[in-house]
Design a protein around this ligand. Structure first.
Ligand code: HEC
Length: 173
């Protein structure tokens, strides 16, 4: 008699266990479904877009500083230093070109590949030739390119010019 009760209790527990497991899997399927509901989707691309924008602004900060230093290296005909800064600007531009950056439907990466990086060629040549006049012409072209791209990407108020004083005065050019 006692044994029968134990068996009934055991069977009941088993059934309860199965019911609970089935309910749990149902709940987790519903949770999975909620993760991909259309209502949840817009948040992902927006966060991605913001992250890209922050990256471009930081890269531009580096480019601006290196362009400033490049100018004074060139004016002082310090060619190894000028070459170093052109290389730094190129690296930052390549990061943007390879970064699949899009802003307001404008492909920034493509513009960087087509406009930005080619504007460094003349500078590289003038530095290799140690020719200050050529350097100045190429530097003016770079500044024009900065501004052309800001115009094309709806940032016409970001205007770059040839620097008058070094941004940082604790370095020898
Ligand atoms: C391929 C296009 C492109 C080129 C080329 C380009 N920029 Fe930009 N720049 C942008 C975009 C886009 C922004 C706005 C970034 C944002 O919305 O966060 C920007 C923003 C900036 C800013 C504002 C951010 C800050 O830190 O104040 C500066 C400064 C800047 N660029 C400097 C330069 C300089 C200097 C050059 C040239 C040596 C240059 N840019 C070339 C696209 C470009």
């Amino acid at each position: 008699m006692k044994q029968t009760y134990i068996w009934i209790a055991f069977t009941l527990l088993l059934v309860l266990n199965i019911v609970l497991m089935l309910r749990l899997s149902h709940v987790s399927t519903r949770l999975d479904g909620m993760k991909t509901t259309p209502r949840e989707q817009p948040s992902t691309p927006v966060a991605h877009h913001e992250a890209e924008e922050i990256e471009v602004a930081i890269s531009m900060n580096h480019i601006q500083r290196h362009a400033n230093k490049l100018y004074f290296a060139g004016q002082n005909e310090n060619w190894p230093l000028a070459g170093f800064y052109v290389h730094e600007i190129e690296e930052t531009m390549e990061e943007i070109a390879d970064g699949h950056v899009e802003d307001d439907g404008i492909n920034i990466s493509q513009l960087m590949e087509a406009l930005g990086i080619p504007a460094l060629e003349g500078l590289e040549k003038s530095i290799a030739a140690k020719n200050k006049a050529e350097f100045n012409t190429a530097y003016n072209l770079l500044v024009t390119t900065c501004n052309n791209c800001h115009q094309s990407t709806n940032h016409p108020y970001i205007v770059i010019q040839n620097p008058k004083t070094p941004a940082l005065d604790n370095q020898v050019y």
